[in-house]
Design a binder for this molecule. Structure first.
Ligand code: E4P
Length: 216
C-alpha cells in the first residue's frame, strides 16, 4: 500500500519523506492557496523532492484550456500526474492524455459509476473522496469497496487512490478495502505510529531496564 501526502507544504512533505511516508504527493487548488507560494515554484520543489507520482490539478473546465494546462503541467517533471475533474470534458482530456502516455488522476470521484468512467478513459488513478462522502452520510469506505470489486471484476488497471482522508480509521479501512494508495494530510500520516499502550509499554520497558543494571 502506498502513502501519498495530500499537501503543497514542502516542509511537511520533506518530514514525511524522511519517515518513508511520501510515496507520492497530491495537490489541489485549495492546498496551493493554503501554501501561499508561487504555483510553478511549489510544483518544481515537490517534483524534485519526491520520486513517485505528483498530482498537479488543472484549474479550468473547457477541453481546450484543460489540454493547454495539462501540457504545461506535464513538462514540469516526468513524475507529474495531471489531475482532472470528473466531468465529460475531464474524461475526454483524460482519454487523449492517456493515449499519448501521460498519466492522469481523475479527481472528485463520488460514485462507482464515475470510477468506471475513469477506468474506461485510461486514468492511472481515480480519487474517491472518502471524507467528503461521509460528510453527506454516505459511507466513503463503502465506495472504495464497490470500486475495488468492479475493477477486479473487469481487470481495470486504474489504481484506487483514496482521498479526502480524515482519520486513522479511514486509512485502515481503505487498506482493508484494497485501495492501492491513500492520500492523507500530514497530521494524519504522522499519527500512524501512535498508540497509548505503545507509549506506556515503552516507558515500563525503559524503566525496568534501568533497574536491571544491564548493558547491551
Ligand atoms: C485529493 O486529491 C484531494 O486533494 C483531497 O484529498 C481532498 O481532501 P479534502 O476533502 O480534505 O479537501
Amino acid at each position: 500500500m502506498k502513502f501519498f501526502v495530500d499537501s503543497a507544504n514542502i516542509e511537511e512533505i520533506t518530514k514525511l519523506k524522511n519517515l518513508g511516508l511520501a510515496d507520492g504527493v497530491t495537490t489541489n487548488p485549495s492546498l496551493i492557496l493554503k501554501a501561499g507560494r508561487n504555483f510553478q515554484s511549489i510544483a518544481k520543489d515537490i517534483c524534485e523532492l519526491i520520486e513517485g507520482p505528483v498530482s498537479l490539478e488543472v484549474s479550468s473546465s473547457s477541453i481546450d484550456q484543460m489540454r493547454a494546462e495539462a501540457e504545461k503541467l506535464r513538462v514540469i517533471s516526468e513524475n507529474v500526474v495531471v489531475k482532472l475533474p470528473m466531468t465529460w470534458n475531464g474524461l475526454k482530456v483524460c482519454r487523449d492524455l492517456a493515449n499519448s502516455g501521460i498519466k492522469v488522476n481523475m479527481t472528485l470521484c463520488f460514485t462507482a459509476n464515475q470510477a468506471i468512467l475513469a477506468a474506461k478513459a485510461g486514468a492511472e488513478f481515480v480519487s474517491p473522496f472518502v471524507g467528503r462522502l461521509d460528510d453527506t452520510k454516505i459511507d466513503g469506505v463503502g465506495l472504495i469497496k464497490e470500486i475495488r470489486t468492479i475493477y477486479d471484476n473487469y481487470s481495470f488497471r486504474t489504481k484506487i487512490l483514496a482521498a479526502s482522508i480524515r482519520s486513522l480509521e479511514h486509512i485502515k479501512n481503505c487498506a482493508i478495502a484494497g485501495a492501492e494508495a491513500v492520500t492523507a494530510p500530514p497530521a494524519i500520516l504522522r499519527e500512524l505510529v501512535s498508540h497509548p499502550l505503545t507509549d506506556k509499554g515503552l516507558e515500563i520497558f525503559l524503566s525496568d531496564w534501568e533497574k536491571s543494571n544491564q548493558k547491551i
